[in-house]
Each structure stands twice: as C-alpha cells, then as structure tokens.
Design a protein around this ligand. Structure first.
Ligand code: CAP
Ligand code: MG
Length: 445
C-alpha cells in the first residue's frame, strides 16, 4: 500500500480547486451559503468545509492512503452574495458515499461543518444529485399519479382537514367529527403532527373509530375517503401501526419525517410499499434549521432529500397567506421540485441546480397552515391544482360547524377552478358566504 505524508501541504487549501469543472455524472454538488468568521479568509473557510465534510481533519497527517486523493471534495466556485455571505459550491465524488444511505450521506455533507469555528453562518441551499447517486434510492411509492388514482380525482386539488383542537378528542368524538368533515366534502381526514397515541385517544381505538366514519362517509357520498394516520412513534411501534392501518384497507400513513429521522423513513418507505401504502410527510421541526437565511439547511434541499428517500406528499407551506413564515417564491420552487421530472431553476436563481429525477417518482406538495376559503384562490393561483390542501381551523371554526366548513372549502375550490370570484360564488352558496362573513380574505398573523 502506498502512503503519502501531507506534512508539506497547507491541508485545507488542498480542497480548494478553483479551476475544477464538476462532473455532472459522477459528482454530488452542494451549494453552501457561507459567512466566514472574522479573521478567516474565504478560502480558509471553504477548504475547511470541503475537508471536514469529505475526508479531512483539522491538521496535516503523517500518512495517507493514495486512494484518498480521489475521494476528496473540491470547493470550486465562489459567488459573492453581497450581504457578507458567499455561495460556495463543493463537488463530492459519488464514490465517497455508501449507496442508498441517507443518514450517512448527511453525516458527511451536513454534519460537523455546521459547528466549525471558522464559519459564522453556514446554510445548505441545494444539493445536486447525479443519476449515479439517485439510482440507489427508491423515491415515492405512489407518486402524484398513484395518489390521484387512490382518490380517482385528477383535475382539482385533493383537500382535507385536521380536526382542531389538534389533540384532545376521544376516538368516539373523532369518529363523529370525521364523518361530518368527510360527508361535507373533504377527501381526507388527517391526524395532527402531535397526535400519536395519548391515554385519551389510543391509536388502535382511533383507527377503529376513524375507519368507521370513513366507511359511512364513503357509503353516503360515493367518494373515496382517506385517513392520513399519524403512525409516528418508536420504530417497532411505528411498524405495528402501519400494519394496522393497512389491515383496515386505508391507503395512507402519515409520518413526522424530520423528528422520526432518515433511517426510520427509509425503513417505513419500504414497508409502505410492501403494504401498498403512500406516505404523507409532515415536516414538524424543520423550521428549527430551515428558517434562518444564513444557517442550516433550506426547505428546498430538505424537500429534495425527502423525495429521494420516498414520500408521496410533503408539507410546503403557503404562499404568504397562511399562519407560518414562508416566501411565496420559495414555496413555489419547493412545490416544483417535488412535482417536476426535471427541475429547472427560475431565471436568475443562482442558489439552485437543474435536477433530473431519473427513476424517482414525483410527489405532491401539501399547502397548509392557517388556510380558510378566502385564501384558497391565492394558494391555487400560486401553486396550481396538482396539490394537496389542508384546512384545519378554517373548517372547524366555520360558524355553521365542521360539515358546512368542509362544504365551504369545496365551494371555494370550485369557484377558483371555474374562474368565478368568491364573493360572486358566495351569492348562491350559503356555506361559502358564512365563511367569508367570518374570515373574509384575512391572512392570519
Ligand atoms: C395546520 C396544521 C399543520 C401546519 C404545519 C397545524 O392547521 O395542522 O400542522 O400546517 O405547517 O397544526 O398548524 P390549520 P406546514 O389548518 O388549523 O392552520 O404545513 O407549514 O408544515
Ligand atoms: Mg398540524
């Protein structure tokens, strides 16, 4: 075996190669937004990031196997963002990573680097994945087409409700409420992200109750109705809950994917496929690392990684009309990167890469968070109809009760698709009128 000493190198500088041309077939490329700590040059910082996230450490080494030279990453492009930060692109040879191991991949490119003293801020804006990398991942089980086939609904947004209060109902109460919501026009009823199996609403009892409501609503309406069943729990229990949901013939489970973690999701995705289920991904906790513009991992990159592992639908937020912080342009880009077979960045967008998805199926964006009938035209205008819409408080808070609340949401969607202003449609649709009388077009603070 040949060993080299690295004593004669300025170690971090070895990882800066400004003349490097990335190989789009064989390199994973990460766009880092870098804010250097005072006293460090940009090259010092970029070299440190590239080293720590691939093969290096903080000092020169007395021996190095020859192979390592071909596994090193290269910081090759530096763009001044003119706000004290730089966009640094780092290329990683695909052979650096174990095939299909998302947690290990992230421990590399999104691991120690975030805590390095030499970075004051570090944010991953995007990750380009070549076919060589993607081919080891399975992607969504159903994809947009598969989800549409479940509902037999192809030309309007799929729409549903999370009963509120988000936690507190008993199974019997949820049964009655779910029936009202579904009979009123919703396609699905969804558990909230923090509803698992508390003493007053055990998962198994809830499953039985909600499925009874679904059977009854399907008989009454003739439409397919679905439960987005939150199975998030300790891994073995999550498996048991998924199987229970499948035994009931319900086609979806929901997972709080960020808090459950990448290994859990990878495993659950395979189990979902075995049982013919789709996965609804709730992103609770994402804002802890996606919200800052100078540190963390962007929601755009997170959405790509989740599609790669395999979720069929994912929360993306609302185009500035909802209760949670979001930028309309970002929400649109995130929606497109889930739905498109080839993602093309907007003109002038230097943060994001063109991304071809190869065999990985498409996924549906879910718009949610403070929506009500008055804000739906804006949501559909921005995000299109190939979309899942979730309205919780905007249904449960309807003055006529949840059934009328659900009907009002469906009416608002109908009006949008027909190109009729809501106020006009409300003249002949009383449930919509009552919703507009309460909320108008307000954007929750
Ligand atoms: C929405 C929601 C969702 C959020 C999550 C909630 O309820 O159920 O969890 O939408 O945010 O509890 O807030 P409302 P995001 O319809 O009553 O607001 O979709 O941005 O991930
Ligand atoms: Mg919720």
């Amino acid at each position: 075996m040949v060993f080299y000493t690295t004593e004669r190198f300025e170690w971090y500088n070895v990882f800066v190669k400004k003349d490097y041309v990335p190989d789009l077939e064989k390199d994973v490329i990460v766009s880092f937004r870098v804010t250097p700590t005072e006293g460090f040059s940009l090259e010092d910082v970029a070299g440190g990031i590239a080293s720590e996230s691939s093969v290096g450490t903080w000092t020169t080494l007395s021996s190095l196997p020859e192979r390592v030279w071909s596994l090193m990453s290269k910081a090759y492009e530096f763009i001044d963002m003119r706000d004290g930060s730089w966009l640094v692109r780092v290329a990683y040879p695909v052979d650096l990573f174990e095939e299909g191991n998302m947690p290990a991949f992230l421990a590399s490119v999104a691991g120690n680097v975030f805590g390095m003293k030499r970075v004051k801020g570090l944010r991953i804006e995007d990750i380009y994945m070549p076919k060589e990398f993607l081919k080891h991942f399975k992607g969504p089980v159903k994809g947009v087409q598969g989800v549409r086939e479940i509902y037999k609904t192809y030309d309007r947004p799929i729409v549903g409700t999370v009963p509120k209060p988000k936690v507190g109902y008993s199974p019997e109460e949820l049964e009655a409420l779910s029936f009202e919501i579904l009979a009123g026009g919703m396609d699905f009823v969804k558990d909230d992200e923090n509803l698992a199996s508390p003493p007053f609403c055990r998962f198994d009892a809830r499953a039985k109750a909600v499925m009874k409501a679904i059977d009854k609503a399907e008989r009454e309406t003739g439409e397919r109705k679905v439960w987005l069943a939150n199975v998030t729990a300790e891994a073995r229990e999550m498996v048991r809950r998924l199987k229970l949901v499948a035994d009931y013939g319900n086609p979806f489970v929901m997972i709080d994917v960020v808090v459950a973690g990448w290994s859990s999701l990878t495993y659950m995705r395979d189990l979902a496929e075995e049982h013919g289920l789709g996965i609804h991904a709730h992103r609770a906790f994402h804002a802890a690392f996606t919200r800052s513009q100078t540190h963390g991992l962007s929601m755009f990159a997170l959405a790509k990684l989740l599609r790669t592992v395999g979720v069929d639908q994912l929360h993306v937020g609302t185009p500035e009309v909802g209760k949670l912080e979001a930028k309309a342009r970002d929400v649109m880009s995130i929606s497109r990167v889930l739905r498109d077979s080839i993602y093309m960045p907007e003109e002038g967008d230097i943060l994001r890469f063109e991304q071809s998805w190869h065999h990985i199926k498409t996924a549906l964006p879910v718009s949610s968070g403070g929506l009500h009938p008055g804000t739906l035209p804006e949501v559909i205008k921005s995000l299109g109809v190939n979309l899942v819409i979730q309205v919780g408080g905007g249904v449960l808070g309807h003055p006529g009760g949840p059934r009328e609340g659900a009907t009002a949401v469906r009416q608002a969607i109908e009006a949008c698709l027909k190109g009729i202003p809501l106020d006009t449609y409300a003249e002949t649709h009383v449930e919509l009128r009552k919703a507009l009388e309460k909320w108008g077009y307000v954007r929750p603070a």
